[in-house]
Design a protein around this ligand. Structure first.
Ligand SMILES: *Cc1c(COP(=O)(O)O)cnc(C)c1O
Length: 399
């Protein structure tokens, strides 16, 4: 058996590798500098081009680019008409923004439990959490795998709920052959640097519903319109005139960011193919290692994985998750945990949420760890990660 680096042995690699990172090339840099030299640095042709590209890619009728994935979720909640007294059902195994968006509009996030195989929200648990205050479901495509659209659609139709899909992880994923972004009532995306493609920061919402689209447009630009057909006081006073007809925010994205995202979109297929290749190698390598549980996939999801999660089986290992994590770090493979259940955070605790709400999510959380996955990884990097997982799992294997 190889001696672990944390016990004084040689590390698997001499340089650190992280769980995710962006891939920016000279074309991206040129796209950004071209925009900086142009007339528009915000709300110009690049934002328009990005919105067209997103609509084309997803197959949705409308796309609105905004300043972040969080802004996208907030706008979606506004456009869904969610407000004080309403409840929004979401998963606890997500980034906090998926739940915070309900709080932004004065509603209460309600956490449904997850499926212990896929780690995605369990439609049966959504059903159990519905009350007469429930207004929407924010379903997260966790790690990039599509949620169970058929079941969630059915529930939302049955109870008149708005289906918002948080697709921050799943830009290139398909469900039953259809691109994510064209399926839910509204779908939100993020272009943070660890996501599939990036703009530094950035986000978007897609929808097929014209009324939602109009509300989203207002929500992300102060509730101000230049469209005379929407104005209350038209005929207007002159060519300078615009009207504020709702309360909105400044959630605009700049042309500088949009230029970067448009340039990155050209590489989306290549990035997705490489991610899939790495996932396949990981699945093959880890499927047979005692103590390591591989995430399950539903056949409907053609997944471009954003995160690769290994789950430790405590019955088969002598170490804690923390010990495994630290041992991986010593091998120079930096992992991350996605995510601490949202309602465990002090802010949520102070709102009255208690541990134990979602036993499956809490159980899964205790064993999971995200290992490096990003398209710029070389085959050598992938080999190193596999080597490190095998080495650490082998060392701590229960005999
Ligand atoms: C990253 C992320 C967000 C937030 O996106 P930002 O662009 O960082 O605001 C929302 N939900 C999930 C699941 C995310 O991973």
């Amino acid at each position: 058996m190889e001696k672990l680096a944390i016990k004084g042995g040689d590390p698997v690699r001499s340089t650190k590798i992280f769980y995710g990172r962006q891939w920016i090339d000279e074309d991206d840099i040129k796209a950004v500098s071209d925009t900086l030299r142009s007339d528009y640095i915000t709300c110009g042709p690049k934002v328009e081009e990005l919105e067209k590209e997103l609509a084309r890619h997803t197959g949705a009728k409308y796309a609105i680019a905004v300043s972040s994935g969080t802004a996208a979720l907030h706008c979606a909640c506004i456009a869904a008409g969610i407000g004080p007294g309403d409840e929004v059902i979401t998963t606890p195994l997500t980034f906090a923004a998926s739940a915070n968006c309900a709080l932004y509009v004065g509603a209460r996030p309600v956490f449904a439990d997850i499926d212990t195989g896929t780690y995605n929200i369990d439609p049966a648990s959504i059903r159990e959490r519905i009350t007469d205050r429930t207004k929407a479901v924010v379903a997260v495509d966790f790690t990039g795998q599509a949620v169970r659209h058929d079941e969630i659609r059915k529930i939302c139709d049955e109870y008149g709920l708005v289906f918002i899909e948080d697709a921050a992880h799943s830009l290139a994923t398909k469900y039953n052959g259809k691109q994510v972004g064209s399926l839910a009532d509204m779908t939100t995306f993020s272009f943070h640097p660890v996501k599939t493609i990036t703009g530094g920061e950035g986000g978007a919402i897609t929808t097929n519903n014209e009324d939602s689209y109009k509300k989203l447009v207002l929500a992300h630009t102060h509730g101000i319109t230049h469209d005379e057909s929407l104005m209350e006081d038209a005929p207007h006073e002159g060519p300078w005139y615009y009207e504020q007809i709702a309360l909105g925010y400044n959630y605009r994205i700049t042309d500088i960011q949009a230029a970067l995202i448009v340039s990155q979109m050209k590489k989306l297929d290549r990035f997705a193919a490489r991610r899939k290749e790495i996932v396949k190698r990981y699945d093959e390598a880890f499927g047979t290692i005692p103590g390591i549980i591989v995430q399950k996939e539903i056949p409907q999801s053609d997944t471009c994985r954003h995160l690769y999660i290994i789950r430790l089986d405590p019955g088969k290992l002598t170490c804690t998750r923390r010990e495994f994590f630290d041992a991986m770090s010593a091998e120079n493979v930096r992992c991350q945990i996605h995510y601490v259940p949202v309602y465990w955070f002090p802010y949520y605790r102070h709102l009255g949420y208690e541990k134990g709400l979602c036993p499956n999510a809490e159980e899964v959380y205790k064993g999971i760890m995200s290992i490096p996955l990003y398209p710029k990884m070389t085959d050598r990097d992938v080999d190193d990660v596999i080597h490190a997982v095998k080495k650490v799992a082998g060392y701590y294997r229960k005999t």
